[in-house]
Design a protein around this ligand. Structure first.
Ligand SMILES: *Cc1c(COP(=O)(O)O)cnc(C)c1O
Length: 461
């Protein structure tokens, strides 16, 4: 077979657009079918994934064939996360305007490392920074870095904390590293998210040398057990426990801690957005007292994936950590994006975030969050009526459910996961198995909840 002229082929594809029309058609079919398909791919669809196990092609293929394979073998094996009945982990749905904006930005293929490389993304990052401070009621001047998710955002926030706490002790961690450095104390709830422990390990703060504080029955850090902290202490709190959705008592905890110059980081991956809800913002009272925060766009805000944000009260602390330099250096008169994140080249994530916030506005974000919380409350009521035990106080979007016995819980979970009607994950609560429902998509309707409750009820009988 004669080797095709790859450059001529790509020029043709850009000119005639049929490849993009095809992609659009596949995407539209996917969107239209989402409500009717099994929420989790069946065994046949997963078996079919073995079609991808082929040798690397020797020569260029037709673009249409590449897309067809993705559509035929890939799409059926996707998890129907953008429908209304996926409640696994804390995975958000997607706001249509944000998805469409992302398609446009994909055509732009911008690299926002520096303002000069992409003025438009540089500008959108600045606007989002300002809007986030406003919406989340954070201190004016708080800096934002746009990263892949909360895991990285937490890593960045804790790196800023580590640098600042050591700088106060006359130790430049960027230059000298941690060997021989003065010790800093790290205090974390035993129920912190696994990504927090990972970040601490990556930063050389030692997963085993940190002080773990027990949580109360609702999954909040037990404030009475937090020791008196000083200027060499880092305290990590949580807005939204992954099991119960509970928020730590920020106002009560942060006041004394801040007076002593300790650094407080809040992991608010999915919970921080509650600040937009007038009905429920009381849950996050006092978050503005922290020094740094991590939050995800791709969870309860429903941006497309790859949208985490680190927020830091003092821009210099974040920039010093991310540039691994001792001081705030500047490449230009503009806000250079790469000063705020670990990466240089990356995707123009701020476009998705900007489109979501510009589209929803303040009241739209509030309506999204409130609807998720209302659906969670509906779940709890209806499941209780069917004899299930609700293990948490359902104030936010998480519902923790158990059957009458551990084995009934396990059987119900297995039945739900096999049902195709909805999908929930399992967890452990107080040593017993539990089913975790996370209502994190705008697309979940009251009817979706009713249909899902039916799947639960079928599992219990
Ligand atoms: C999801 C989650 C994380 C990790 O976020 P990623 O975006 O998956 O990296 C951290 N903390 C909490 C509380 C979470 O729910």
């Amino acid at each position: 077979m004669k080797k095709p002229d790859i450059h001529a082929q790509m020029r043709r594809e850009l000119e005639d657009k049929s490849l993009f029309e095809q992609a659009r058609q596949y995407a539209f079919e996917y969107i239209d079918g989402i409500g009717d398909r099994s929420v989790y791919p069946d065994a046949a669809a997963i078996d079919h994934l073995s079609r991808f196990d082929e040798p690397l092609p020797e020569h260029p293929q037709s673009g249409a064939d590449v897309l067809a394979m993705l559509n035929d073998c890939g799409a059926p094996a996707t998890v129907a996360q953008t429908g209304g009945r996926y409640f696994g982990f804390v995975n958000g749905g997607v706001v249509p305007t944000a998805l469409a904006a992302r398609w446009m930005a994909d055509a732009w293929d911008q690299n926002p490392a520096l303002y000069v490389i992409s003025p438009v993304v540089g500008q959108l990052e600045q606007v989002c920074e300002r809007w986030l401070c406003d919406l989340l009621e954070l201190p004016e001047g708080t800096a934002a870095g746009y990263v892949s998710g909360s895991s990285t955002a937490t890593l960045c926030g804790l790196a800023a904390a580590r640098g600042e706490l050591l700088r106060r002790l006359d130790w430049d961690v960027n230059a000298r590293g941690l060997f021989g450095a003065p010790a800093i104390r790290v205090i974390v709830s035993e129920q912190a998210h696994s990504s927090v422990f990972k970040a601490l390990a990556l930063l050389g703060l030692g997963r085993d040398r940190i002080e773990r504080i027990p949580a109360d029955g609702r999954g909040r850090i037990d404030a009475s057990r937090i020791p008196v902290l000083d200027a060499r202490s880092l305290l990590i709190l949580q807005a939204g426990n992954v099991n119960t959705g509970a928020f730590d008592a920020f106002a009560e905890i942060c006041d004394p801690v801040r007076k002593n110059d300790a650094w407080v980081h809040i992991d608010g991956a999915f919970g921080l957005w509650v600040k937009a809800s007038t009905r429920r913002k009381y849950l996050a009272r006092g978050i503005e007292l922290a020094d740094s925060w991590s939050v995800d766009g791709h969870k309860t805000l429903n941006t497309p994936y790859d949208c985490g944000i680190v927020l830091c009260r003092r821009r210099e602390s974040l920039v010093a950590a991310m540039q691994a330099s001792g001081a705030y250096i500047s490449y230009s008169d503009e806000r250079d994006p790469m000063m705020h994140v670990p990466e240089m080249s990356r995707r123009a994530r701020a476009v998705d975030l900007w489109a979501t916030l510009r589209y929803l506005g303040r009241s739209g974000v509030a309506d999204l969050i409130d609807a998720m919380c209302d659906r969670a409350a509906q779940f709890a009521d209806r499941l209780a009526a069917h004899g299930f035990r609700i293990l948490n106080e359902v104030a936010f979007n998480q519902v923790l459910v158990a059957g009458k016995t551990p084995s009934q819980t396990r059987e119900t979970l297995a039945a739900i996961q096999a049902s195709g009607i909805c999908w929930c994950g399992g967890t452990e609560w107080n040593g017993d198995p539990a089913i975790r429902i996370s209502v994190s998509s705008w697309a979940t309707t009251p009817d979706d909840v009713e249909r899902s409750v039916t799947a639960f009820a079928a599992g219990i009988h």
